[in-house]
Design a binder for this molecule. Structure first.
Ligand code: PLP
Length: 418
């Protein structure tokens, strides 16, 4: 029963380093957030010990009453949060949730259709390197070169030509609202299932500041750790009873073994938090802050893919500044600002380099940053980028050191995990 510091000082040190990093760096990675202490406590609880294969009331092991309690809470809260009829909260991650839908609704070799990686899609939507791209006949749609919006007419044409069994909307770097009704009409036209992967914007849907996919999609998947601000994990939701049955069999025993009960307990906590009125204000602030960040970077000479954002993230095209994504994310890390390099539509540079960075507001908004702080962050990012533009890939050490100090001061004013 020794605590971590005593039992394993090396791992404890790593945890302390991560805590210090999160406390003193500005997190702009759009897929990350800062969970509450309650979520951390549930995830670090004794549920980590428990095997509970099956579902509440129908387990394959004894001793599952407490597991039933927390899993039912998670299910009921998820259904209430998204106003839908069914939730499977067991997927270990977003990739598992998507894999479960494919296992439930399509067979290997059948055609699936998703947004291409270079247009902001996710690996699990049929990218060549992923299982979804290897085991299915994956066709990919994209965005128009001028507006950077999904080319719905092209999607329709491609769907008629290729007759997919499953059409997927959603992505990891698509900053705009998606026309769910249009997608459903296309799916109906070709007899396909329509799935929305709302991993990135689920928290915005929960907070009522983003159109909901329910009423349009046959099935919805999500991660629970991005804008939704829960533990790392996945979930599958639907209103269709026949699909619900197939999803339950696909998650277990189809794809996974025992559920991670400690993570499910933490999901229940996070969904409870998202049901509170404060979460609506949080979601609204996330979108407002992302817009300010994008606008500030635009004023400072970067191009914003699609011209702006409707969501929590912006994709920044660094081409006008003469800077690559790789140099930018490394220089920004030196300055205490964390983000990721990201390809832009039709990026001439390879994925290890890229012409862009993806920035997001969910984590910063959680720690209390508002529009004034996000304007300052935008200016700090631009200062570092200007340094790179002037001095080359090594960047401007003086500028980076000065920004590092400003970042520390800003973080100290908005402390986390005190
Ligand atoms: N779907 C989308 C749209 C994502 O952005 C991600 C993660 O980046 C995933 C699925 C996969 O989630 P996970 O990393 O939990 O497997």
């Amino acid at each position: 029963t020794r605590n971590l510091a005593e039992a394993d000082p090396a791992v404890f040190a790593g945890v302390e380093h991560e805590l210090d990093r999160e406390q003193t760096q500005i997190e702009l990675i759009a897929s990350e957030n800062i969970v509450s202490k309650a979520v951390l406590e549930a995830q670090g609880s004794v549920f980590t010990n428990k095997y509970a294969e099956g579902y509440p009331g129908k387990r394959y092991y004894q001793g599952c009453h407490p597991s039933d309690e927390v899993e039912q809470l998670a299910i009921d809260r998820a259904k209430q949060l998204f106003n839908c009829g069914f939730a499977n909260v067991q997927p270990h991650s977003g990739a598992q949730a998507n894999g479960a839908v494919m296992l439930a609704l399509v067979k290997p070799g059948e055609t699936i259709m998703g947004l291409s990686l270079d247009s902001g899609g996710h690996l699990t939507h049929g990218a060549r390197a992923a299982m979804s791209g290897k085991w299915f006949n994956a066709v990919q749609y994209g965005v128009t070169p001028d507006t950077h919006l999904i080319d719905y007419d092209a999607v329709e044409k491609q769907a008629i030509e290729t007759q997919p069994k499953l059409i997927i909307a959603g992505g990891s770097a698509y900053p705009r609202h998606i026309d769910f009704a249009r997608f459903r009409a296309i799916a109906d036209k070709v007899g396909a299932y329509f799935m929305v992967d709302m991993a990135h914007f689920a928290g915005l849907v929960a907070g009522g500041v983003h159109p909901t996919p329910f009423g349009h999609a046959h099935v919805v998947t999500t991660t629970t750790h991005k804008t939704l601000r829960g533990p790392r994990g996945g979930m599958v939701l639907t209103d269709d009873e026949a699909i619900a049955k197939k999803i339950n069999s696909a998650v277990f025993p189809g794809l996974q073994g025992g559920p991670l009960m400690h993570v499910i307990a933490a999901k229940a906590v996070a969904f409870g938090e998202a049901l509170r009125p404060e979460f609506k204000s949080y979601a609204a602030a996330v979108v407002e802050n992302a817009k300010v960040l994008a606008a500030t970077l635009k004023e400072r000479g970067a191009a914003i893919v699609s011209g702006g954002t409707d969501t929590h993230l912006a994709l920044v095209d660094l081409t006008p500044l003469g800077v690559t994504g790789r140099d930018a994310d490394e220089a920004l890390e030196r300055a205490g600002i964390t983000c990721n390099k990201n390809g832009i539509p039709n990026d001439p540079l390879p994925p290890v380099k890229t012409s862009g960075i993806r920035v997001g507001s969910p984590a910063g908004t959680t720690r209390g940053f508002g529009t004034a702080e996000f304007r300052e962050i935008g200016n700090m990012v631009a200062d570092v980028l200007d340094g790179l533009a002037q001095k080359g890939e090594a960047g401007d050490a003086q500028v980076e050191a000065a920004v590092r100090e400003r970042v520390r001061a800003l973080c100290a004013r908005f402390p986390i995990y005190q």
